[in-house]
Design a protein around this ligand. Structure first.
Ligand code: OGA
Ligand code: NI
Length: 355
């Protein structure tokens, strides 16, 4: 008997290759709560997402440059909740290689990829979107999802051995992403005049979690009726996303309007997650975002999510709570599980955690 989240007869990629019309489950049904953030629009206006120079955030950079960039960062995160990170130290060719290795994995025959299929009830591994309820529309994407850190929690049976350099590529990319994330966590604290480790101590310590989601959005015959990834905010602290340089798809919600995120070839798109909105007492935003598909072009993205070790309690930082800005959020721990439970009930976790 198929369970609710069992794998479909076909992955999105197979359906795209066979020229199938998306099955009814994929067609966005405007009556479900998953479209409460607005109807599917394929090409809304481009978002003027702020660009942040990571090299100016380093403590070694000139004081003036640092202050200017910190002010930009604070403004970016309190308006858009996201930015394009440039001068992060990773070269074009390095990033191309990361994307290439992921593409090579998705290009393998299904039989090979199947070895890493996720198991029922678990998110880890290769597979398609999971469905939890009858009226949840399914997303037109396939993904490989891995818990990368802490290292002793890796389930290597889900880590492809083909292409042969995939494991080491992910490993190396993880180290790079961790260093950049660390700079961003410290900069976020400094931009709010907090102790510089105020956030990093929750997200960047030895037992804290880093997850990777490597996603393929195959071409879709009816992009106006199917989401690549339905609207959501990330449950993370921050998410670092490597976009496909060849095609747009990511959209971000701002003041009730949807915008397309431009693709900047060597930039890493950074968005805040719910746990940083909570810790900043709502000063920083965890933006709702989604992905649309494209008729002709497939798209690949690489998302890295930082999260606290599950028993760590997070709550708004004391200094950010005062008479003018009363405390907005409860104390929570294991937000990953909380978020999942909310999602299943059709609730928005960030609303459920409000005082
Ligand atoms: C995500 C996400 C965006 C993308 O994985 O949470 O929002 O462009 N991905 O794939
Ligand atoms: Ni996301």
């Amino acid at each position: 008997m198929a369970t609710r989240d069992s794998l479909p007869a076909k992955t999105a990629q197979q359906m795209a290759m066979d020229g199938d019309e998306p099955p009814p489950k994929y067609i966005v049904n405007n009556t479900t709560n998953y479209t409460k953030f607005g109807a599917l629009e394929i090409s809304p206006p481009f978002a003027p997402v702020p660009i942040i120079d990571i090299s100016c955030l380093l403590s070694s950079s000139k004081q003036d440059d640092q202050e200017t960039e910190l002010a930009k960062l604070r403004s970016a995160l309190s308006t858009w909740g996201c930015f394009q990170a440039v001068n992060h130290g990773l070269s074009d060719s390095y990033l191309d290689n990361v994307r290439q290795v992921i593409k090579q994995f998705f290009d393998l025959p299904l039989k090979e990829k199947q070895k890493y299929f996720r198991e029922t009830g678990s998110v880890e591994g290769y597979g398609n979107d999971m469905t939890y309820s009858e009226n949840q529309s399914q997303d037109w994407c396939d993904r490989l999802f891995l818990r990368i850190l802490p290292e002793d929690q890796r389930k290597l049976r889900f880590w492809p051995e083909n292409p042969s350099n995939l494991r080491e590529t992910i490993d190396d990319y993880t180290n790079k992403i961790k260093s950049i994330s660390f700079v961003i966590f410290e900069a976020m604290a400094k931009s709010l005049d907090l102790e510089k480790n105020s956030f990093s101590k929750y997200f960047m310590e030895e037992r804290d979690v880093l997850q990777g989601r490597f996603i393929l959005y195959p071409p879709c015959p009816v992009p106006e009726q199917v989401f690549g990834l339905k609207a959501h905010s990330d449950r993370s602290g921050i998410t670092l996303l490597l976009q496909d340089p060849g095609v747009e798809g990511l959209q971000v919600l701002n003041d009730g309007e949807w915008y397309m995120v431009p693709v900047i070839r060597d930039a890493i798109f950074v968005n805040l997650g719910d746990q940083m909105q909570i810790m900043s007492n709502g000063i920083f935003k965890s933006p709702v975002h989604r992905v649309v598909t494209n008729k002709e072009k497939g798209r690949i993205s690489v998302a890295m999510f930082t999260e606290p070790e599950p028993t760590k309690e997070i709550s708004p930082v004391d200094v950010l709570v005062d008479e003018k800005r009363p405390r907005v959020y409860k104390t929570v721990k294991n937000y990953a599980v909380f978020n999942h439970e909310c999602f299943q009930k059709g609730l928005v976790a960030l609303d459920a955690v409000k005082l």
